[in-house]
Ligand binder design. Structure first.
Ligand code: NAP
Length: 539
């Protein structure tokens, strides 16, 4: 059989979409099972989010000694990290190192975007079509498309009129951009904006930062790694990884203090907050047990954060605009910065508060906000992603009896365990909505899912079982549970991308599972031990 471009139709056991951390490990595991696997990847190389996000200053906010695979002693011993928080080029080199070491690239078709996947009931196979004219079939279809991969430029009027150059942080030119001598507008002050603005300002003659929501940010405390800590990790990583899977966030470089605020003395609270702030990173959100659970407890940490941030702001009047005051600390992703607030003190950097001075449109010359036109040579959109569902729904997925995933999820994603969705047999999501995903160390959660999916597929193939599908009842119960647990936290209070609030028209509901990696892992184990309870297994 040939399609219109003359390519042959090919059968695989499994098709994986995406060759980031998730797709690479999934490929490795399924190949070890003896399956014939094809990965389709839109980029020209492996890396996923780290392939595309090459903006200046791009850096991981999880410590590099933990932000690496933990499934192979050989792989981890063969790589040496240099900094506490690895920069994007180093992470991408690491991913290529792993891909080469495991000889993964021969099964990955690069520069190929999957357009659609359709389940054929009679044969029980998925038919997958790509923008390069591939038309392949597979029993298992696995979305390893990442949570933050569908970059989003807001629908500003007039962008097509702009005579300068514009960029999105999530799709940065590979050759880099030199802003020397330029006037630059940066729109967005989430992690990507906060990381890139200091470097852009080092080059540019003038930078105008457009801020919609003031964010909590703390100094990352990046530094070169010491030989002793590198060595210690090499000796212990695999063992520590087992432990990481029992923790709430899959991170072990700090511990959550479980004592409630009211059970601590003011001195103890101050000590916890200070030491965690100085440590840098997400440790700050674990200063006491109810920090993310009650407004009163959160406010103590938020006040502390605002006080620390204010100390770094010198320009008159600036602190007022920069102080986050419309959401509890941690309910939008906490930002880790290197000299962000100090950069805003510089005379050639201006901050525009978009809430007071809304952006009206992009013009030929730059950005028009509240009647003022900001003339610039370049605009950087650090405006984020259609998170968690954007990349999944970017593929036109049709399940049993013509059911479209886009239709099914029109009011928000519905999954069982974030792994599967009723009506879509043999379709797996890696770190899908309804799993801890972005609230955890992504690599720990990816490994947890890939291991579970591998065991599941192994059970099916060994048992001569052709099909697994979440039941609607189990899915309804899980969706309700995810909402209920999120409702016990402060997270839903913020207009965050966790809630879909950054995309106009997107349904608002809290997408990740807040129960934590450890508790969630116990549930995964129980489900598997009960022969995939909540899933229907069939011929
Ligand atoms: P983001 O957190 O969604 O930030 C986007 C920014 O653009 C926000 O300030 C947002 O304002 C603003 N924005 C969006 N639409 C706008 C509009 N129409 N007008 C004006 N402003 C607008 O995106 P991100 O910074 O790319 O980060 C996304 C996530 O990726 C992070 O939270 C993190 O999980 C991950 N990330 C991690 C790192 C790291 O590891 N260090 C680095 C980069 C990204 P509002 O807040 O008002 O929506």
């Amino acid at each position: 059989m040939t399609n219109k471009e003359g390519k042959g139709s090919t059968n695989y056991d499994a098709v994986i979409v995406g060759a980031g951390f998730a797709g690479m490990y999934m490929l490795h595991r399924l190949r070890k099972l003896g399956l014939n696997v094809r990965v389709f990847e839109a980029g020209e190389g492996v890396g996923g989010t780290w392939y595309w996000n090459r903006y200046p200053g791009a850096r991981c906010d999880v410590e590099s000694l933990e932000y690496q695979y933990g499934f192979s002693d050989d792989v981890q011993r063969g790589w040496t990290w240099t900094e506490r928080y690895a920069a994007q080029p180093e992470i991408l080199r690491y991913q290529n190192y792993v891909a080469d070491k495991l000889d993964l690239k021969r099964d990955i078709q690069f520069s190929t975007r999957v357009n659609s996947a359709t389940y054929d009931g009679p044969s029980g196979l998925w038919r997958v079509e790509t923008d390069k004219g591939d038309n392949v079939q597979a029993r298992f279809f696995i979305m390893a498309t990442g949570c933050l991969s569908a970059a989003r430029v807001p629908d500003f009027d007039g962008l097509e009129d702009f005579k300068g150059k514009w960029y999105h942080t999530g799709g940065w030119p590979h050759e880099g951009v030199d802003f020397t001598g330029q006037h630059v507008a940066v729109i967005g002050t989430g992690s990507s904006g906060i990381q890139s603005i200091p470097i852009i300002a080092d080059q540019a003659d003038h930078v105008t930062v457009f801020q919609r929501t003031a964010n909590f940010t703390l100094p990352a405390g990046n530094r070169p790694l010491k030989d002793e800590e590198i060595q210690e990790t090499k000796e212990t990583l695999l063992e520590k990884r087992k432990f990481a899977r029992t923790t709430p966030g899959g991170i072990i470089c700090f511990e959550y203090n479980e004592t409630l605020l009211e059970e601590m003395t003011p001195e103890e609270v101050q000590h916890e907050l200070e030491s965690r702030w100085t440590q840098g990173g997400f440790a700050f959100l674990g200063a006491y047990g109810d920090e993310m659970a009650t407004d009163e407890a959160n406010k103590v940490a938020a006040d502390f954060a605002r006080e620390q941030m204010s100390k770094r702001v010198m320009k008159p009047g600036l602190a007022e605009t920069l102080m986050p005051n419309d959401h509890p600390v941690g309910t939008k992703r906490l930002c880790l910065d290197t000299d962000y607030l100090e950069t805003l003190n510089k005379p050639h950097v201006d901050l525009v508060n978009v809430r007071e001075h809304p952006i009206e449109r992009i013009t030929e010359k730059g950005v028009l906000a509240d009647g003022t036109e900001y003339d610039v040579d370049a605009i950087v959109f650090a405006t984020g992603f259609d998170a968690m569902t954007g990349a999944i729904l970017g593929v036109d997925i049709t399940g049993r009896d013509g059911l479209s995933l886009r239709d099914k999820w029109a009011a928000g994603p519905r999954t069982y365990l974030g792994l599967g969705s009723a009506g879509f047999p043999n379709l797996f999501f890696i770190t899908g909505p309804g799993s801890p995903s972005v609230l955890s160390n992504m690599i720990v959660s990816i490994e947890q899912h890939v291991d579970w999916i591998t065991d599941c597929i192994s059970r099916l193939t060994n048992g001569n079982i052709g099909m697994i599908e979440a039941t609607p009842e189990a899915e309804d119960e899980w969706v309700e549970h995810v909402n209920e647990v999120a409702g016990m936290t402060l997270y839903p209070q913020a207009n965050s991308w966790y809630m879909g609030a950054n995309v106009p028209g997107k349904p608002r509901l809290f997408m990740p599972y807040t129960g934590g990696v450890g508790i969630y892992g116990e549930k995964l184990d129980e489900v598997a031990a009960a022969d995939y309870e909540g899933f229907r297994l069939g011929a």
